[in-house]
Design a protein around this ligand. Structure first.
Ligand code: PLP
Length: 474
């Protein structure tokens, strides 16, 4: 039984949290190049934490009970709208929720006769597949150009039919950090009466500052004719604590279609702007405080540092033998592939040296590669990062590619996963040297190489099983 018989003191609890976090990657310092966004300014994160704590127990469920929520949300959404071409917004708990609402609004606003579908580049975030799955919309995946990694407008055009309710573009797409041709795609969607969502979860609060700092950033926001909604995560380049994103709609009628109300029960009236119903106002307050603590100057300064760091990183990586930068330069997401270097081994080598560099599997003709999200704090450590990448690349070259046990991929691809319980699955993984229960920083090259060799559907089934195993503690 995990519940103690008697209550425990706060110090004791905090000590336990510290112990639990001993295996976590650090959230500050810039050595983790994905998942976390560090300004390098402790006082900003402290302001956010205090504000978050202050509003922690306020429930956003009923705006009439807690009008502070409405005022704060209007300010936060207003700041995002000011930066991204206007619109009418909702504060959500993350990119996925923003995307879910955009897809719902598009579906509910259309009058298609058949099963609704949406046209989505292969580089778009899986949140669109998730939204489609939850909302009964079909995904029409379209390829990207294999040199620029941007979606081709002609491919989007060819995929649209009478049941298309939404076309998606990314600004930028996460894998290679490139901005899709928003103007062209939005125009052709508009011509066909189809909604167009710009996924600017990463770029919404990044690209405008990079542009102001001198980067060549194409138009991508609600000011582009034909764009009907846009998502912008404040818990990414807004540097707010997690649980903070905004989705903007070009008109209030579309925003209303994202809402949900129910009078069909005998309890309190339910009117939700988001997927979640009861939720803490902490993330909203954290986002509000981060915006206020940094201000325009703060974000512009971070944008300048980010642009310099991204430029230096691209140059530095391109000069390392065997490595090749993928994609353009319009954002601060940097991806690189290896020619005679196994990037999965490189990632393990970097991790051994204290740096997390995120592996990305090959897909739709795009090779396996590594991803660095360059943030405000990266600049001060960019030379150290480049040294680690160079050393790790050399080590990976001399180690050679991850070696998969003979027949392993075929064995996994042929498994009847439904017939295996979690314990048997964990044993099977252990028998080929993959310990799913260890909390130590694992060697991931073999795991990544196996996943890389499998088709997407099998990857997904294996990943679901992995999650089930780690949560059942088998
Ligand atoms: C381009 C893009 N869109 C959407 C998302 C989903 O965001 P979240 O993890 O906040 O749900 C991400 C996350 O990395 C992303 O990179």
């Amino acid at each position: 039984m995990n519940l103690p018989d008697t209550g425990r003191a706060t110090d004791d609890l905090l000590a336990e949290i510290a112990r639990l976090r001993a295996h976590d990657l650090p959230v500050r310092g810039g050595q983790v190049t994905a998942y976390v966004y560090d300004t390098g300014r402790a006082e900003v994160h402290e302001a956010a934490a205090h504000a978050y704590f202050e509003m922690l127990e306020v429930n956003t469920l009923d705006p009439t009970a807690f009008p502070s929520v409405v005022e704060m949300e209007r300010q936060v959404v207003g700041a995002v709208a000011d930066l991204l071409g206007g619109g009418h917004g909702i504060f959500t708990n993350g990119g996925t929720e923003s995307i879910m609402l955009a897809v719902k609004a598009a579906r509910d606003g259309s009058r298609v006769a058949g099963r609704p579908n949406m046209v989505v580049p292969v580089t778009a975030h899986p949140a669109f597949h998730k939204a489609a799955h939850y909302l009964g919309v079909e995904v029409r995946a379209v390829p990207v150009d294999l040199v620029t990694y941007r979606v081709e407008p002609e491919a989007v055009e060819a995929a649209i039919d009478g049941d298309t309710v939404l076309v998606v573009v990314s600004a930028p797409s996460y894998p290679q950090g490139v901005v899709d041709p928003v103007e062209k795609v939005a125009a052709l969607a508009r011509d066909r009466g189809v909604a167009c969502h710009v996924d600017a979860c990463v770029g919404g609060w990044l690209l405008p500052w990079l542009r102001e700092a001198g980067a060549d950033v194409p138009a991508f926001d609600l000011s582009v004719p034909g764009v009907t909604s846009i998502s912008c995560d404040l818990h990414k380049f807004g540097y707010a604590p997690k649980g903070a994103s905004v989705v903007l709609f070009a008109d209030p009628a579309t925003r209303r279609r994202a809402y949900f109300a129910s009078g069909a029960w005998p309890g309190y009236t339910v009117i939700n702007a988001t997927v979640q119903s009861s939720k803490s106002a902490g993330p909203l307050a954290g986002a509000w405080a981060t915006l206020q603590a940094l201000g325009r100057d703060g974000y512009l300064e971070l944008g300048r540092a980010t642009l310099r760091a991204a430029t230096r990183l691209r140059e530095g990586v391109a000069a390392i033998p065997g490595l090749r930068v993928l994609g353009g330069q319009e954002s601060s997401l940097v991806a690189f592939a290896g020619d005679d270097v196994d990037v999965f081994v490189l990632s393990d080598e970097a991790r051994r040296r204290g740096w997390f560099i995120q592996p990305q599997l090959s897909y739709a003709g795009i090779p396996a590669n590594l991803h660095v999200t360059v943030t405000g704090v990266t600049l001060r450590g960019v030379e150290a990062m480049l040294e680690v990448i160079a050393e790790s690349a050399a080590a990976a070259r001399s180690r050679g590619p991850a070696v998969l046990p003979d027949g392993l991929v075929e064995l996994i691809a042929g498994l009847d996963l439904d017939a295996l319980d979690d314990a048997t699955f964990a044993e099977l993984a252990a028998s080929v040297g993959i310990d799913l229960t260890s909390r130590d920083q694992p060697e991931m090259a073999v795991v990544n190489a196996v996943l890389d060799a499998l088709p997407a559907r099998v990857r997904e089934a294996i990943l679901v099983r992995f999650l089930s195993v780690i949560y059942s503690g088998t």
